[in-house]
Design a binder for this molecule. Structure first.
Ligand code: G
Ligand code: G
Ligand code: MN
Ligand code: NA
Length: 254
């Protein structure tokens, strides 16, 4: 309860911030970023979402945090659109089960897009497999409504849950995000290579692009390219950056 109160306070005090980790294509062009939330604590420093998102998920606090994330992301997209260098960038955000399963989730997203006058077709929502279990029909309905206005969907942490292929067939994802667990030992582990190959084949069959996360080395990047994976995210390219860091980083590149 103490941490929960701290967290509410943090939200009010603007201690929660979005960090941004760039995503790349095979030409090393930036296609956009994933937003990753951080708690910038006045005395404890940076607190990872792994430490507070699970807690927030056990109450309606995740809805407040979720709204903060969507609205901040929409404002960012609107700002990016106004600058030549970032105009085409997409922004992916992580969506919690409780948040997605909320009755008015679709309306909330639409409202934030319109409030910020953000380009809907650059917003990407990352959902996890576990979120979709037992919720397939509702998920299809919600995704379809948002896809009508251009919002994209990425299946996050793919391969770590109960990857049933039947729901993948039904759900209108645009992208599969292979979990970093399969990238880590890709060079030495033939099973990981086989898994990546089959995810790529599946992506092709379902017309979904495949992005690898947790790319940390040039070798991994080359291997992924060789296998036919053309989108990447990871420390090899860039770490998640604060708004300020991203700003000066873009300044250097453009
Ligand atoms: O950066 P990393 O430590 O950033 O993230 C740890 C976990 O927290 C990941 O599983 C990630 O998906 C999750 N996470 C990061 N940002 C958000 C967010 O804004 N909302 C939700 N629901 N989860 C997030
Ligand atoms: O669960 P999700 O995929 O949303 O969260 C991504 C997590 O991966 C975040 O915690 C992020 O900080 C972390 N991350 C991003 N790039 C790398 C990387 O290259 N290696 C590792 N180990 N983690 C990464
Ligand atoms: Mn993610
Ligand atoms: Na992931």
């Amino acid at each position: 309860v103490e941490l929960e109160n701290d967290l509410r306070h943090a939200l009010d005090q603007k201690q929660l911030q979005l960090y941004f980790q760039p995503q790349y294509d095979q030409n090393r062009s930036i296609t956009g970023c994933e937003a990753l939330i951080r708690w910038v604590h006045p005395t404890k420093g940076l607190i990872s979402p792994a430490e507070f998102i699970p807690l927030a998920e056990s109450s309606d606090l995740i809805l407040l945090i979720g709204d903060f994330v969507i609205s901040t992301a929409c404002q960012k997209l609107a700002a990016w659109q106004a600058e030549a260098f970032t105009a085409n960038w997409t922004l992916a955000i992580n969506i919690s089960a409780r948040q997605f399963q909320c009755k008015d989730f679709v309306e909330r997203v639409m409202q934030h897009l319109s409030d910020a006058q953000a380009p809907a077709n650059r917003l990407k929502l990352e959902l996890t497999e576990s979120l979709l279990i037992d919720y397939t029909d509702e998920a299809v309905a919600k995704m379809s409504q948002l896809k009508k206005v251009g919002v994209h969907f990425s299946l996050d942490d793919f391969g770590t849950g109960f990857s049933s292929l039947s729901y993948l067939k039904k759900l209108p994802f645009d992208q599969i995000k292979v979990d970093k667990a399969f990238i880590h030992d890709l060079i030495n582990n033939h099973s990981d290579e086989a898994i990546i190959r089959s995810v790529l084949a599946m992506g092709k069959a379902f017309d979904m692009n495949v992005i690898a996360e947790g790319v940390e080395t040039e070798q991994q990047l080359q291997k992924l390219k060789e296998l036919g994976c053309y989108f990447y995210q990871g420390f090899y390219f860039s770490k998640p950056m604060s708004d300020q860091q991203l700003f000066s980083w873009i300044d250097q590149l453009s």
